[in-house]
Design a protein. Structure first.
Length: 432
């Protein structure tokens, strides 16, 4: 067990289990593989806690009699509790869930020595709005605050260390890479490039106010990714902007998938920390580990929240693109969730953000057509091939036929009127 607190009482403490989940309703959705998963919010987190006032003969406080009485009084009241423990940090607004046990060290004095209990959140992330976009925005706001507070809390007296700077440098390299991807897909974004450069140059100075630094890192990521839905609504269909495309040429999908893929492993090139090189790390080595993990938590949170917000502002054209982006979400979130010392509030709000984004994508996919393919077997032309793609489309429906032909030419970039055998045509499963 390690040193910690229950409310204001010092205890030897161990959080042995954290459990939670998501409320979901599964609905069948025509035209979509699987089903529409409608999220109803997160279940409250439960913490299994073991604690003691004495360990290996050492009382954690001198006045253990008063501490024992206060512990018993708190357990009888049932809460609220605030925990301070390694790994989870500080978690407040907790209440007893079920029974607890409290062992007595000295029956004559009725001194409580150790015990165990399960605590439950009083304010879980419950989705009250029917709007998935509103839920994403709400979760992003809560996540940003939790990340900034935890980043500031985990700055050590001997830091900042090289390990933290390495993680932050990797984060700025990710920002540079994403802006290059956006520039290649759409157009240069020099104003955001300047913001990234300015923030990078001020990192050491801003670390004196770490909460401000964390907020600016997340704000810059949000500013950068917010360009994608704005730029994708402009331009012509031949350039891909505002066009009907498959995932291989859908420019917003390309940017999101690349941002998430590179973001999941943004610090792959960061050097190994000293604590991992020696059999017995010093206190300073362990401080460096904690600071580096805080910076990694900040970076992964910024990556996921910026992409999630951008996704909810994007008008996807096909189910194919939505599914490709949905698949790319998972590795980035798993990288965040698998951090060994992720803050409990960061974890909770990140899960709420992910499930709200999933809900948005599921709802979007349910109303979109699929991009299908057709292998041409004999020489033909766009007008002649259309009835083979759409059985219900007759030659008498001139407007629908013209729309389908123009769409086929645009999507496939057809030049000559003749289409030769072996050509694979892409087309939408339905024509509006």
């Amino acid at each position: 067990m390690d040193r910690g607190r229950i409310n204001d009482i010092p205890v030897w403490i161990s959080v042995t289990d954290v459990s939670g989940g998501e409320r979901t309703v599964i609905k069948e959705a025509p035209g979509v593989n699987g089903a529409l998963v409608e999220t109803q919010g997160q279940l409250p987190l439960r913490y299994r806690v073991d604690f003691t006032l004495i360990q290996d003969g050492e009382w954690i406080v001198d006045d253990y009699e008063t501490a024992s009485l206060d512990l018993r009084a708190m357990l009888l009241e049932g809460g609220p509790f605030t925990l301070q423990a390694p790994v989870i940090g500080e978690v407040s607004s907790l209440w007893l869930d079920g029974t607890y046990s409290l062992k007595l060290y000295d029956e004559s004095k009725l001194l409580a020595s150790d015990g165990s209990m399960t605590l439950i959140e009083a304010d879980p992330q419950i989705v009250l709005s029917e709007s998935a976009v509103a839920n994403v925005e709400s979760a992003i706001s809560a996540l940003s605050q939790a990340v900034a507070l935890d980043f500031a809390r985990r700055q050590t007296a001997n830091g900042p260390f090289d390990g933290q700077f390495a993680e932050l440098d990797a984060m700025f390299a990710w920002l540079d890479g994403v802006q290059s991807t956006i520039a290649s897909a759409f157009e240069p974004v020099n104003d955001v490039v300047g913001s990234i450069t300015a923030l990078n140059s001020q990192v050491e100075q801003l670390l004196t106010t770490p909460q401000t630094l964390a907020s600016q890192v997340m704000g810059t990521a949000l500013q950068l990714l917010s360009l994608v839905p704005s730029l994708s609504s402009q331009g012509s269909t031949t350039q891909g902007s505002a066009a009907v495309q498959d995932p291989s040429t859908d420019l917003p999908a390309i940017v999101y998938i690349e941002a998430l893929t590179s973001g999941a492993a943004f610090d792959a090139g960061v050097p190994t920390l000293q604590a991992d090189k020696v059999p017995t790390p010093s206190d300073e080595d362990l401080d460096e580990v904690d600071e580096a993990e805080a910076a990694k938590q900040l970076a992964l949170s910024a990556i996921t929240l910026s992409v999630c917000l951008a996704i909810t502002s994007t008008g996807f054209a096909t189910v194919n693109s939505v599914l490709a982006v949905a698949d790319a979400l998972e590795p980035a979130f798993e990288a965040l969730f698998n951090l060994p010392n992720i803050d409990a509030r960061v974890y909770s709000n990140a899960r709420a953000m992910r499930q709200a984004t999933r809900q948005y994508l599921a709802e979007t996919a349910a109303g979109l057509p699929r991009m299908l393919t057709y292998l041409v077997a004999e020489i033909t032309d766009p007008f002649s091939v259309i009835p083979r793609l759409y059985d219900s489309l007759g030659a008498v429906n001139d407007d629908a036929l013209e729309l389908a032909v123009n769409e086929l030419i645009t999507i496939n970039g057809l030049g000559d009127i003749d289409i030769y055998p072996g050509t694979v045509l892409r087309y939408l499963e339905r024509v509006s």
